[in-house]
Write a protein that binds this ligand. Sequence first.
Ligand SMILES: *Cc1c(COP(=O)(O)O)cnc(C)c1O
Length: 547
Amino acid sequence: MSNGAVTNGSSGQTHTESQRYLSTRGDDSGLSFEEVVLKGLASDGGLYIPHEIPAAEQWESWKDLSFVDLAFNVLSLYISPSEIPAEDLKDIIRRSYATFRSPDVTPLIQLQGNIHLLELFHGPTFAFKDVALQFLGNLFEYFLVRRNEGKTGRDRYHLTVVGATSGDTGSAAIYGLRGKKDVSVFMLHPKGRVSPIQELQMTTVLDANVHNLAVTGNFDNCQDIVKALFADPDINSSHKLGAVNSINWARILAQTVYYFYSYFSLARQQPDSFKIGDKVRFVVPTGNFGDILAGYFAHRMGLPVDKLVIATNENDILDRFWKTGRYEKKPAYGAAAEGGLPADGVKAHEDGVKETLSPAMDILVSSNFERLLWFLAYEFASSAGMDDEWNKKQAGQEVSAWLADLKTKGGFGPVYKDVLEAARRTFESERVSDQQTLDTIRSLYKEVGYVLDPHTAVGVEAARRSAARAPGVPTIALSTAHPAKFAGAVTLALRDEPGFEFDAKVLPPEFVGLDKKEKRVRDVANDWTAVRELVKQEVEEELKGLR
Ligand SMILES: *Cc1c(COP(=O)(O)O)cnc(C)c1O
């Protein structure tokens, strides 16, 4: 199907009047930003991408803008004023980042030599996911308030967000949605299997629209319950279910901003050695590929990027793709970790996800990688010189075929040589074991006195390797969490360092006394119908309370 915005000449215009979105699997196109944000996943199972990646033609002139003003300029290229008037968008952005503890929102510091650290953890839950979820929460609220204008009681559009979390996403989503009008949020976590700090961050939020459910089971059980709810006609007819997981386009979009912002921070901090127009490397601790994909968009918009470096832990499906061109859940060759923990220290789920010291990156497949695959397939199709509509159709078909193989055969590839070469032109990858993660935390602490969280340590180790290959190019490593959130790994790495004390060196005042606060959480069995009834009942009570 042809979309309205790009190729339809009926308006007589040659460029997009407002940005439209299509699905990576090709069966859904011409959607508005609002539709894409509220839907999350496309009806054909694909992920939404913009019909065109806009060029940031004036990007060099953004150098001295505040984070909020820069964010406004970047997001305006994707969200037209006919959808969200400029003043409203600016207000949403301003409120989203007013909750951050740093005036820079995402400050850049020089870590060591040519390696700089982009601290993304100054939001309410001390993890980089706040950057996207603070914005997404306000965006949901904005769209709902608008839809509900003049409506009262049961006529109001009420969104019920349901999600499963093993830690980071849950607390960031809860903080993004707490107290928001016309939204309830149900966050399922595996009882007793979330780090104590992360559990407390979720359960001490007492807003009436926040519902923590502790499921007797593991994270996979929680995910299965959420999937069952989304597939259930009963609750879908009575409740509008919404998702906030990392496939939501608004999350990717919000994250493109700090690539620009850190680039300009570097130019301000190193005026003698770094000029606007020079290239940088970005190194990104990667799980679902959302964070680094935002870097890809920033690059395609015009930001001078030398390489985007994917840093994986021992769950290395992406690293294996860049090395072999094959994307497979299980490696074809015995891939016992070189330099990893001894075999008996590695706990493996039946499905092959390894529990590592950087749990937010413990994934079997990276959902957002599908978006990059589409652009790679599109580029490949375009080399045949057909028209744009044909190229897009080809890309959608290719992605659908790859994803079908992933589902039925556990993998696909090797992809065409040209596709892999295109992937390698922009990206590099590094795999970092748990042992190397601990070593990196320790060595940075010894050398510069900085305490890294284990996810950031995966990135910093990859940054050191990458920087050694590109001596003159500055490297920006993304720091995705505050070390206090991962006390176990940090303590494991640093407990024998003279003078190291977790409480004195790492713990922020916000975490002190969290365990003494009042909690709100309900235990539920690993039974999706029981969860469904609980969701209905709690939404009902919430709505009663509002009247
Ligand atoms: C979610 C997360 C990541 C991985 O980000 P993706 O966008 O899923 O690649 C890395 N580090 C931390 C601390 C996270 O919470």
